[in-house]
Design a protein around this ligand. Structure first.
Ligand code: FAD
Length: 409
């Protein structure tokens, strides 16, 4: 065992690492899958709020932020979405549930079903899975990669025992260590450090698909309130529709996550929220003008009470708010509520990142142009998708493509 040389070693058993391990094992290669967490697929379990938006029917390079879109288009032509979907469904046995907008989920709408499918496939393969083992360095000696690993303490991945180093050897090496988002479930920058050792560059990492802190107004009283809303801003070509979750620090929810993608590099300071996007201001005033009594109480029969009281706080009033002018102002605020001093939250809250190893440093099969037989996949690369299954799709595309190339013709 000590002197065994695997056909391929994969660093990281996340979305890309698991898919590569399954595909390589299916091709008959001996595989070592090395993971620092105590179980495989930890981040997959948190995807889509536990539902796992596993892919999308409509994939194009335009759905990604990437410094080399031309290479990305070539990649998506080489490994079409249908091939990825067929791998997930026919090989792994994951039946999809499809949404009208093309988003794909496991039929169960549970991320653990997807992870189970990978685990089951690997159980019946000859892949060796090393858990609680962290790859700390890798180098090539002759034709063989030597990966230095250290054991990790269960429950505290930062606690390693460097006195118990172990070397794992392989002919091909796949770096699938993911990115720095959600450090509490394993997100880290190890993959970039390992890639740099082989001469790769790393474009600056920035959080993406994240919530925003908001300076004005102070939204802490709205903590926990959810609204189906739309967001508009001068730099947006169309409104973003979706749920906004107000938090003690600012805004989260689908719409905020989409804003993070569309506002990337625009650094928006302020945006407008429409809390009743399917009603015009006139429809709102017409409806409520027929009701007698306090406007805030009347509105609380249709809108979240916390939200109504929060908006009422913007009016100078003692006791009841009433009258046509007040109702018009209230409706105006509901339709166009400005929040300003927006700043994207950090990696703790981000589902993805921009930056990483540029695609120009790999070929269309994800092999490194700096080191033969080294492959870089998933979030190690500079390719970040919008919300909607695009990031897992890229992880699976890169894994399948690299495994095909690593297995040879
Ligand atoms: C909360 C959340 C929700 C998300 N929801 C979705 C969604 O619904 N749809 C979607 O498409 N995308 C979603 N994403 C993004 C998606 O999860 C990632 O893009 C995808 O997991 C990237 O795959 P990967 O294999 O590159 O990295 P990961 O899945 O992060 O896997 C990397 C693995 O490498 C391991 N590792 C790192 N360093 C080492 C080391 N030195 N030694 C050994 N092991 C190491 C890590 O522990 C980890 O298990 C979400 C992300 C988050 C955080």
């Amino acid at each position: 065992m000590k002197n065994k040389v695997y056909d391929a070693a994969i660093l990281g058993a996340g979305a890309a690492g698991l898919a590569a391990a399954c595909k390589l094992s299916a091709e008959g290669l001996s595989v070592a899958l090395i993971e620092k967490n105590h179980r495989v697929g930890r981040k997959i379990l948190s995807t889509g709020a536990g539902k796992c938006n596993i892919s999308n029917r409509n994939i194009s390079a335009d759905d990604y932020i990437c410094s080399d879109k031309e290479k990305l288009s070539v990649i998506f032509k080489k490994i079409a979405p249908e091939e990825v979907h067929s791998f997930l469904s026919s090989k792994l046995g994951i039946m999809f549930r499809e949404k009208e907008d093309g988003r794909l989920f496991p039929y169960s709408m549970k991320a653990e079903t997807a992870v189970f499918a990978f685990e089951r496939f690997l159980k019946s393969s000859k892949a060796d899975i090393f858990l609680l083992k962290k790859a700390v360095s890798a180098k090539k000696a002759g034709d063989v990669f030597e990966i230095e690993t250290v054991p990790v303490s269960f429950g505290n991945e930062n606690k390693t025992d460097s006195s118990k180093k172990e070397i794992i050897r392989s002919r091909k090496l796949i770096i699938a260590c993911g990115g720095p988002s959600y450090p509490r479930i394993g997100g880290c920058a190890d993959g970039f450090m390992l890639a740099e050792k082989f001469g790769h560059s790393v474009l600056p990492l920035k959080p993406l698909l994240t919530s925003f802190s908001v300076k004005y107004p102070d939204l802490s009283n709205l903590d926990g309130v959810r609204v189906k809303a739309s967001i508009s801003a001068p730099f947006l070509t169309e409104k973003i529709e979706g749920e906004i979750l107000f938090t003690a620090y600012g805004i989260s929810g689908d719409a905020a996550i989409d804003l993070s993608f569309l506002a990337f590099q625009k650094n928006p300071d302020s945006v407008f929220i429409d809390m009743m996007p399917d009603k015009s201001e006139k429809e709102i005033t017409d409806f409520f003008s027929h009701l007698k009594g306090d406007i805030a109480e009347n509105l609380s029969c249709s809108l979240d009470r916390k939200l109504v009281n929060f908006i009422a706080g913007f009016f100078e009033h003692k006791g009841k708010i009433s009258g046509e002018t007040a109702l018009k102002s209230f409706a105006g605020k509901i339709k166009k509520f400005e929040i300003s001093g927006l700043a994207p939250m950090g990696f703790e809250y981000a589902m993805a990142k921009t930056g990483g190893v540029p695609l120009r440093e790999i070929d269309a099969d994800f092999m490194s142009l700096k080191q033969k037989d080294l492959f870089l996949v998933g979030e190690t690369l500079d390719c970040a998708g919008r919300s909607g299954g695009y990031n897992l799709h890229f992880a699976f595309t890169s894994a399948i493509s690299c495994a095909k190339a690593a297995a040879g013709p």
